[in-house]
Design a protein around this ligand. Structure first.
Ligand SMILES: C[S@@+](CC[C@H](N)C(=O)[O-])C[C@H]1O[C@@H](n2cnc3c(N)ncnc32)[C@H](O)[C@@H]1O
Length: 215
């Protein structure tokens, strides 16, 4: 993909999610989906109490909120400033310590190197967002680079449906994880099923989970 195409997809995502931010949590299906993603993540990790977690493409913090009670800290990262504002508003309103949960607005571009001053994570999660990302190979390399040795990357997303061609199979992402050269013990599974209405028709979607461990 041309660099100009990548930046225009990123810009339109930013615009779309900036508009969507203030009403995002009013959609019960999105809240339910995030809950199921957080539960699936917590099923994958043993003893996460001391974990420093990054929630990449964190949105309004639905996943971070559920993880926060079980780990040491969660840093949300999102492209959309309005999503980040909603996230941090939630932290303030719920009286959560900023050291435990906070979000920053960043794309974490590969070309810009380390953008977090050497900060590394025990667990990086990304839920329901990979199908929005234009260069998943680059994003996966960037996310792997922010893991501590032995830390885990967990990506959840909708499984490819014949009628929605831009989404992935877990198997495709497994290859992308391995191609980073930074991840081992890579595996994927179906995490849960969710019904979703598309133009009056009810479809059942599988949400897959792919995980890998930093070498
Ligand atoms: C469907 S929402 C999911 C939010 C959250 N993960 C959840 O499950 O509630 C997708 C999110 O991905 C973010 N996003 C899209 N492209 C991104 C990128 N290149 N870098 C960071 N975040 C991105 C959007 O701003 C949006 O907040």
């Amino acid at each position: 993909m041309e660099a100009s195409e990548v930046s225009s997809i990123t810009e339109s995502n930013k615009e779309y999610f900036n508009k969507d931010a203030s009403t995002y949590d009013t959609h019960p299906a999105r809240v339910l989906c995030a809950k199921k993603c957080a539960e699936a993540i917590l099923r994958e990790v043993k003893d996460p109490e001391g974990y420093e977690v990054m929630d990449f493409a964190c949105g309004t913090g639905l996943i971070s909120q559920d993880l926060c009670a079980h780990v040491k800290s969660v840093l949300g990262v999102d492209l959309s400033q309005n999503m980040v504002n909603e996230y941090n508003k939630k932290v303030l309103e719920q009286g959560i310590d900023k050291e435990e949960m906070q979000a920053i607005c960043s794309e974490l571009k590969e070309s810009e190197g380390d953008q977090l001053n050497g900060r590394k994570f025990d667990l990086i999660v990304c839920a329901s967002a990979y199908h929005h990302i234009d260069d998943v190979e680059s994003t996966t390399r960037v996310l792997a680079s922010y893991l501590k040795q032995g830390g885990e990357l967990i990506v959840l997303d909708l499984k490819k449906q014949p009628e929605i061609s831009h989404m992935f199979h877990g198997g495709e992402l497994e290859k992308i994880f391995l191609a980073t050269g930074m991840l081992e013990n890579v595996s994927s599974k179906v995490a849960f099923n969710l019904s979703k209405k598309i133009e009056k028709d009810e479809h059942t979607f599988e949400w897959f989970l792919v995980k890998g461990k930093k070498i």
